[in-house]
Write a protein that binds this ligand. Structure first.
Ligand code: PGA
Length: 250
């Protein structure tokens, strides 16, 4: 059985002071949340140190990053490497988010390089895949997301594949309030699960306008093992309600 993960993707939100305020409100209640749900928060790079300090006595919540470079160091202005993330206590890193693919030229090839570098360093990649609304309308969803998934995992052996997490995020559902029907998300995620050997027990998360109200419909689907949550992860009350509802239906 894949484990269940609730991952918060803060994107370009929260200063260090706001990060501290979030954890002050969130952590005292995190202990009471369903133990079967693994909690990951991915703040911006500038808040990782602050978050790491806040989480020191809270192993219940794990730290994530939103991006990484595949080289350990070098002349790559503006980039951050796996050893740098490890030093900050980062355990998970999102790669291939559609915003990075769209605005920062992230490709299947660089996603694959990042996945490999993370696995070598001992950080769990959360590989995001998803189709545009045009691709969905043209009937290309299944081919698109399975191709993205296979490309991200290209060259990995089955043991390495077992060390990743995947996230299905239909691009048209991200930040729009137009969340994907849970049954349809589950169908697509079943295809993802079977596209490469080794994914049988890998958590596959749904992302795209998940909120405390709709999370239960996802948590009860067989191929959905949690959520990658943007907007609703910024507010401690919303995130707590979301995790509690997910835990009840997982
Ligand atoms: P959203 O973002 O929950 O705000 O739709 C999800 C994501 O981009 O990971």
């Amino acid at each position: 059985m894949p484990r269940t993960i609730a991952a918060g993707n803060w994107k370009m939100h929260k200063t260090q002071a706001q990060t501290r305020a979030f954890f002050d409100a969130f952590l005292p209640r995190a202990l009471r949340m369903p133990a079967q749900v693994e909690i990951v928060i991915a703040p911006p790079f500038t808040s990782l140190h602050t978050a790491h300090a806040a989480l020191r006595d809270h192993p219940r919540v794990m730290l994530g990053a939103q991006n990484v470079h595949w080289e350990p160091n070098g002349a790559f202005t503006g980039e951050i490497s796996v050893p740098m993330l490890l030093e900050l206590g980062v355990r998970y890193t999102i790669v291939g988010h559609s915003e990075r693919r769209m605005y920062f030229n992230e490709s299947d090839h660089t996603v694959n390089l990042k996945v490999k570098a993370l696995l070598v360093g001992g950080i769990v990649p959360i590989v995001a895949v998803g189709e545009t609304i045009e691709e969905r309308r043209a009937g290309h969803t299944d081919a698109r997301v399975t191709a993205q998934s296979a490309a991200a995992l290209d060259g990995l052996d089955a043991a390495q594949v077992r060390g990743v997490v995947l996230a299905y995020e239909p691009i048209w559902a991200i930040g729009t309030g137009a969340n994907c029907d849970a049954g349809e998300a589950d169908r697509v995620m079943g295809l993802i699960r079977n596209c490469v050997p080794g994914l049988e027990d890998v958590p596959i998360l749904y992302g795209g306008s998940v909120n405390p109200e709709n999370v239960a419909s996802y948590a009860s689907q067989p191929n959905i093992n949690g959520g990658l949550v943007g907007g609703a992860s910024l507010d401690p009350d919303a995130l707590i309600a979301l995790i509690e509802n997910a835990g009840r239906h997982a």
